[in-house]
Design a protein around this ligand. Structure first.
Ligand SMILES: Cc1cc2nc3c(=O)[nH]c(=O)nc-3n(C[C@H](O)[C@H](O)[C@H](O)COP(=O)(O)O)c2cc1C
Length: 204
């Protein structure tokens, strides 16, 4: 299972990027996380750019969203909300109009901040925006407060309770994605079971 990691911070040494790396290490075995470089490459959203061919960076980003099984977002809080680059990426992921590439995608959100609130508002805003676009959003949060001191030298979360919450959050994301993948596989193989249909008979 492939998870695309989107970071709302573009800076070198981002604490939120570190949080995505910590998430990578606690994923269930069958899942892998790829840190996306798309967010920084996207042009500012502009409906005038929505003509064929779309800008290459947008094509690459939308294909990456379409092709992934799930998305994990980590965003700092800028002035009480998600960051501009992340909102821009979500706006591109909300297109094409009426058929958003983000539609139906399992998505979870975490966040880190040096403050004592752990980017909780940014996470809430990100979940709300993703939900509005039609993603299937994991209803959990992971506010990593005091983030400058929150990681060990090897990059894990220092607080065992937070580390446990991170593991539970990514497991919930993988479970959500696994359900979808399973249903799609059954549908593709023509094995989808009609709800209420009689169970197949078992030979004695
Ligand atoms: C423009 C700006 C606005 C910020 N606003 C907030 C804020 O509202 N709440 C908060 O907890 N931290 C705020 N911060 C501090 C960031 O959380 C901090 O810089 C954080 O380390 C950025 O995340 P990063 O390490 O992943 O780049 C702000 C930082 C900047 C540059």
């Amino acid at each position: 299972m492939h998870i695309l990691g989107l970071c709302g911070s573009l800076r070198t040494g981002s604490l939120n990027r570190r949080l995505l790396e910590a998430a990578h290490r606690v994923l269930p075995n069958e899942a892998s996380l790829e840190l996306s470089e798309h967010v920084a490459a996207l042009p500012l959203f502009d409906e005038d750019l929505e003509v064929e061919p779309l800008p290459e960076a947008v094509q690459r980003f939308q294909a990456a969203i379409r092709d992934t099984d799930a998305i994990l977002v980590a965003s700092p809080e800028y002035n009480g909300s998600l960051t501009g680059p992340l909102k821009n990426a979500l706006d591109w992921a909300s297109r094409p109009g009426g058929d958003a590439v983000l539609g139906g995608k399992p998505l979870a959100v975490v966040g880190a901040s040096p403050s004592r609130f752990g980017a909780a508002w940014a996470q809430a805003e990100t979940r709300r925006t993703a939900d509005r676009i039609g993603a299937r959003v994991v209803p959990l949060e992971l506010p990593v407060a005091g983030a400058a001191e929150a990681f060990t030298a090897s990059g894990d979360l220092r607080d065992p309770e937070l580390a446990d919450r991170l593991q539970r959050l990514v497991t919930a994301l993988v479970d959500l994605a696994r359900g979808r993948t399973e249903l799609e596989r059954l549908a593709m193989e023509g094995d989808a079971v009609e709800v209420g249909a009689a169970p197949p008979s078992v030979a004695a």
